[in-house]
Design a protein around this ligand. Structure first.
Ligand code: HEM
Length: 176
């Protein structure tokens, strides 16, 4: 007698919005490009933050450039979130069906919030400090130490990339 093995529920009856394969692939490309651009911008941020620590004569130039990174960073972070959510809805992975997707959703939301609430004002202060230094005007603004944002963000994004490639099987909740 042949043993009957149950197929995983996600394979048996995936709940997903039906879209053509080309759309799924386009979303995946957009998602990977957005997350890669996000990591790239974080590396640029890290360079502009760490160079003045090693070579103080670069402080004015680097700090004046820093605020320019805010909108590109926010744009790719939101694009990563939107394309990720869309992928979750149109693939068998769902949004909160598997731990690896749920964890990325939380990470992405936390990082977008941090960009808006903490990084944005910090970059503005750094820009003001850089302009004052360049003009030789004393500036009372204490420049926030900005080495944490790129370090934390790059670490979490690399972790999210690892999870995405590994796609561990663990599910958030078994329905039956
Ligand atoms: C936190 C930042 C994120 C990074 C760095 C990231 C990275 C990636 C990468 C590199 C892939 C391609 C993996 C592969 O094809 O082998 C991927 C796929 C995927 N991501 Fe993300 N992601 C992020 C956020 C999100 C969010 C917020 C969601 C949804 C809530 C999400 C849902 C997905 C899904 C469902 C796939 C698989 C698509 C498929 O295989 O068809 N991601 N992600």
């Amino acid at each position: 007698m042949t043993a009957v093995t149950a197929r995983p529920r996600a394979v048996r009856d995936p709940i997903r919005l039906p879209v053509p394969r080309a759309v799924r692939l386009a979303l995946l490309v957009a998602h990977v490009v957005a997350t890669a651009a996000w990591i790239g911008l974080d590396v640029a941020l890290a360079v502009l933050v760490f160079v003045p620590m090693l070579e103080p004569s670069w402080t004015a130039a680097c700090h004046q450039v820093l605020p320019l990174l805010f909108w590109p960073l926010l744009t790719v972070a939101v694009l990563s979130l939107l394309s990720g959510v869309a992928l979750g809805l149109v693939t068998r992975w769902g949004l909160v069906r598997y731990w690896w997707v749920a964890i990325k959703l939380v990470l992405n939301l936390v990082l977008v919030t941090l960009v808006v609430v903490l990084l944005g004002p910090g970059l503005d202060d750094a820009g003001r400090h850089g302009r004052a230094l360049a003009a030789g005007v004393p500036d009372a603004v204490e420049v926030p130490r900005l080495f944490m944002p790129p370090s934390v963000s790059v670490t979490l994004l690399v972790l999210a990339t690892g999870l995405s490639v590994w796609k561990p099987r663990g599910r958030v909740r078994r329905t039956r």
